[in-house]
Design a protein around this ligand. Structure first.
Ligand code: SF4
Length: 319
C-alpha cells in the first residue's frame, strides 16, 4: 500500500514482513512450527564433506526447531504450546527447518510432507534446503504439493561470492542457487532465499553486492541472518586460529536498511536478524538483544525516511 507520503507501508512497518503477508493471505495470525524431521545433509554425511558449512550448528541450523528425539506430533505439540502463550489463536505453517529437507528418498519426503499437512490447523508447508539437493523427482513432489497447499522452499545462498562459500566449506555456489531458483520458479513454486551478513573476509560492499544481485532475481522471500559464531561449529576453530571482526550493531542495522532499499516491495521479509541459543553464542553478543535490533531497524527506517523498495530497479509487480 502506498501512503500519502508516497512510500509503502505494510501494517505500520516500512518493510513487507512475513507476518503482514500471512495475515493478508489467510486473514488471521499464522505462525511457523519449526520441525526437525531427523534428516541429515550431504555436507555432513560424507557425500560432500563431514564438517558441514563452517557456520552450521550441531542441530543443522535448526536450533529452535522441535526436539529431534520427539516424533513430529510431539514436536508440533511442544512448539504450539510455546507459540500459543503469545497468540491465543492462529493457524500454522509446518516448517521443516533443520538440516536438508529434500535430502532423502522421495518416498520418505512424500510421507513427511503429507504428514505435516495432515496436522489440524496447518495451512501450508515450508521446506528448507540447499540448492544442490533438488533432483527432478523431488521437484515433481514439490510441484504436486504446491498444487495442494501453500508452499515455499527456503534456499540457502548465504553469499554470491565463491571465495567465501569455499572458505565456509559450503560445497555449492551461486550458480547452483541460480539453477535451483530457475527450476523452482519454472514450476511456479515460491522461494525464500537465506543470506548471511558478516561472513569472515567479506567487506560491507561484498555484502551489498549479494543484496543487489538477489534483488534482481525472481525471489519471493528473503531471510537476512547475522553471522553468529557458535560453540562446536567449524567456524569456532577458524576463529581461534585467525580471529575475525564481527559486525557492530549499528553497522548491521544500516546494512540491513541498505538491502531493504534495494529489494522490490513484493519480496516478503521473513527475517531481519537471527537467533542463537544464548549458551552457545560466542559472538557478537549484542545479537542476543533481538528485539532491540528490530526496534532499532524500525527507528532508523523512520530517521532515514526510507522503506523497502525505495531504490529497487523497476519494473517490478506489486503483489
Ligand atoms: S547445507 Fe545447511 S544443514 Fe547442511 S551443513 Fe550447510 S547449513 Fe548445515
Amino acid at each position: 500500500m502506498i501512503n500519502s507520503k508516497g512510500f509503502m507501508q505494510w501494517g505500520g512497518k516500512r518493510y513487507h514482513s512475513l507476518n503482514y503477508h500471512l495475515r493478508g493471505k489467510f486473514g488471521q495470525k499464522v505462525f511457523k512450527i519449526p520441525l526437525d524431521a531427523g534428516l541429515t545433509c550431504p555436507n555432513r554425511d560424507g557425500t560432500l564433506s563431514i564438517g558441514g558449512c563452517a557456520f552450521c550448528s550441531l542441530r543443522g541450523s535448526g536450533d529452535f526447531a522441535g526436539d529431534r528425539s520427539k516424533n513430529l506430533e510431539g514436536q508440533f505439540a511442544q512448539v504450539k504450546t510455546i507459540m500459543h502463550r503469545k497468540w491465543a489463536q492462529g493457524k500454522y505453517i509446518a516448517y521443516y527447518q533443520a538440516f536438508t529437507n529434500t535430502y532423502a528418498p522421495v518416498e520418505r519426503l512424500q510421507y513427511l510432507y503429507h504428514l505435516a499437512l495432515q496436522h489440524p490447523g496447518v495451512v501450508g508447508l515450508a521446506v528448507a534446503t540447499r540448492p544442490d539437493c533438488l533432483p527432478d523427482e523431488v521437484m515433481d513432489l514439490l510441484e504436486e504439493i504446491n498444487h495442494k497447499t501453500y508452499l515455499w522452499v527456503e534456499l540457502g545462498l548465504q553469499t554470491i561470492h565463491e571465495t567465501t562459500s569455499q572458505a565456509m566449506n559450503m560445497h555449492y555456489c551461486f550458480n547452483d542457487f541460480q539453477d535451483a531458483l530457475n527450476k523452482l520458479r519454472a514450476r511456479n513454486i515460491e522461494t525464500c532465499t537465506h543470506i548471511i551478513l558478516g561472513l569472515p573476509g567479506e567487506s560491507i560492499e561484498d555484502m551489498k553486492q549479494t543484496g543487489r544481485k538477489i534483488a534482481q532475481m525472481d525471489i519471493q522471500g528473503l531471510k537476512i541472518h547475522l553471522l553468529h559464531l557458535m560453540q562446536g561449529t567449524p567456524l569456532e576453530e577458524i576463529y581461534k586460529k585467525n580471529p575475525f571482526a564481527f559486525l557492530e550493531a549499528d553497522e548491521y542495522v544500516e546494512l540491513v536498511i541498505d538491502l531493504l532499499e534495494m529489494l522490490p516491495p513484493q519480496v516478503v521479509i521473513h527475517r531481519l536478524t537471527g537467533d542463537s541459543p544464548r549458551n552457545l553464542l560466542i559472538g557478537p553478543t549484542w545479537s542476543l538483544n533481538k528485539w532491540e535490533i528490530l526496534n532499532r531497524i524500525d527507528q532508523r527506517l523512520v530517521e532515514r525516511d526510507t522503506w523497502q523498495g525505495r531504490d529497487a530497479e523497476e519494473p517490478y509487480s506489486y503483489f
